[in-house]
Design a protein around this ligand. Structure first.
Ligand SMILES: Cc1cc2nc3c(=O)[nH]c(=O)nc-3n(C[C@H](O)[C@H](O)[C@H](O)COP(=O)(O)OP(=O)(O)OC[C@H]3O[C@@H](n4cnc5c(N)ncnc54)[C@H](O)[C@@H]3O)c2cc1C
Length: 411
């Protein structure tokens, strides 16, 4: 019995490791076009590999997936974050959970995660074939896998884990979609997700490098597009976890310089409008001779206050006593609903692809195709994507583990 796994990313490595344990007598061939396994795994989480999330409640974890939530549920219960955590520790990679819930190797070296699989995959049970690019797949009584070199491999079962098409230089260039189509599957529309925003507002670009622990982001007129979390200003616009989450929500929206996305920033999300109005009025009344910008430093860093006040064209020397009610309202609006015109995504910078294999064509309990028996999918190739914070790798480990277990169960 030969089982082929195509793509040695997170999903493919986990599917292979699971098969190696549960079906040790099978011939398992893992095909990878790169000279190394897991290039994306290594660079995720800023090179530290954000292995999974430290949140354990599956219902809460599922809310972090923008697409594929319902489908993913079985795989997440099958191999949840705490089991993923234990799996890596038992395989020699001690982990730690950071205060924001992200899980990393204690070493902070993403390569340690990939090294573990390198040590694990030994012949004869696993044949790892690096620098081996698959060109086409056909199904007859076997899966006929044609390599770029012209050679053919025959397999009884096939697990397709070629990823999405984000960060293409890592090897994930989207060929898997064509292989799946050739085997009868449909691919949903695809879009970039987990990307930074390019904005037209100059003032925010001048704050490049300034970060905020938590701001509220929303899209004017869309009550479902909103997220509160950290952001950082960049020379092009804004980035950071809250921006990535919002980018995931608006992945399929069109926005450009001609049709900007109207994003609002709430700089003080811990206070309601009324609370902030009250606090601001009190501060102004108590300090009539103080400059307004000095008063505002109670809530925001100096550089940000200066930028916001400049946007309002408020004279620098204005004291609180001289600030009219109309101007107070404008200041409040600037703090709670500061408008930004988002005109684009940072090109090629997105972390994941939204969209993928149509999920109604895949059995969520096994990851097997409903259209092509013996074909299984796992990882980002599926129409599943989550926020940053370990959720995409968690989905890849969980679906990879489920696909490997399901193949082993029918041998
Ligand atoms: C910069 C960056 C940071 C990220 N940070 C995080 C994070 O902090 N937390 C998180 O959870 N997720 C993060 N992600 C997302 C996460 O890394 C991916 O969702 C996950 O790695 C997907 O795993 P996969 O196995 O499905 O696909 P991939 O990791 O993309 O693996 C697919 C593999 O298939 C191979 N392949 C493709 N086509 C062929 C072919 N024709 N023949 C042979 N081999 C082929 C590719 O070379 C690749 O090795 C990040 C992504 C990026 C790009």
């Amino acid at each position: 019995m030969t089982i082929a796994v195509i793509g040695a990313g997170a999903a493919g490595m986990m599917a292979t490791a699971t098969l190696q344990t549960l079906a040790p007598t099978c011939r398992i061939i893992l095909l990878e076009k790169n000279a190394l396994m897991g290039r994306k795994v290594q660079i995720s989480g800023g090179g530290r590999c954000n292995v999974t999330t430290g949140f354990h409640d599956i219902k809460t974890v599922l809310t972090r997936y923008q697409r594929g939530r319902k489908f993913l549920s079985t795989a997440l219960y099958h191999f949840p974050p705490d089991q993923v955590y234990d799996w890596f520790e038992q395989h020699g990679v001690p982990l730690k959970t950071e205060p924001d819930g992200r899980v990393f190797p204690q070493s902070d070296v993403g390569k340690d995660v990939v090294d573990l699989f390198e040590h694990l995959f030994q012949p004869p049970s696993v044949q790892l074939r690096l620098r081996t690019s698959v060109a086409a797949i056909k199904k007859t009584d076997h899966f006929q896998i044609t390599l770029q070199s012209g050679d053919t491999i025959l397999a009884d079962k096939l697990i397709l884990t070629t990823g999405g098409q984000a960060y293409r230089h890592t090897g994930s260039t989207g060929e898997g979609y064509q292989f799946a189509e050739a085997l009868g599957h449909h691919i949903t529309p695809l879009a970039a997700s987990l990307n930074s925003f390019i904005v037209s507002n100059q003032w925010i670009k001048q704050l490049s490098g300034v970060s905020f622990v938590a701001v509220g982001l929303s899209v004017a007129g869309h009550k479902h597009y909103q997220f509160t979390g950290p952001i950082v200003c960049t020379h092009q616009g804004i980035s950071g976890p809250a921006v990535f989450a919002l980018s995931s929500q608006v992945a399929f929206e069109d926005y450009s310089a001609r049709h900007p996305l109207p994003v609002l920033i709430d700089f003080i999300p811990t206070m309601s409008n009324e609370q902030l109005r009250h606090e601001l009025n009190m501060a102004i009344t108590r300090n009539p001779k103080q400059q307004l910008r000095t008063t505002l430093h109670a809530w925001l860093p100096k550089s940000v206050v200066n930028a916001l006040v400049a946007e309002l064209e408020l004279p620098a020397e204005k004291t609180n006593a001289e600030v009219s009610n109309v101007m107070r309202q404008r200041v409040l609006d600037q703090l709670k609903r500061c408008p930004l015109a988002v005109i684009g995504r940072a090109a090629g910078d997105e972390f994941v692809t939204a969209g993928g294999i149509e999920l109604s064509e895949v059995n969520a309990r096994t990851m097997e195709s409903k259209l092509c028996p013996g074909l299984y999918f796992a990882g980002e190739i599926l129409n599943i994507d989550g926020y940053t914070g370990g959720y995409n790798l968690q989905a890849a480990w969980a679906t990879g583990h489920l696909a490997g277990s399901s193949v082993a169960a029918v041998l």
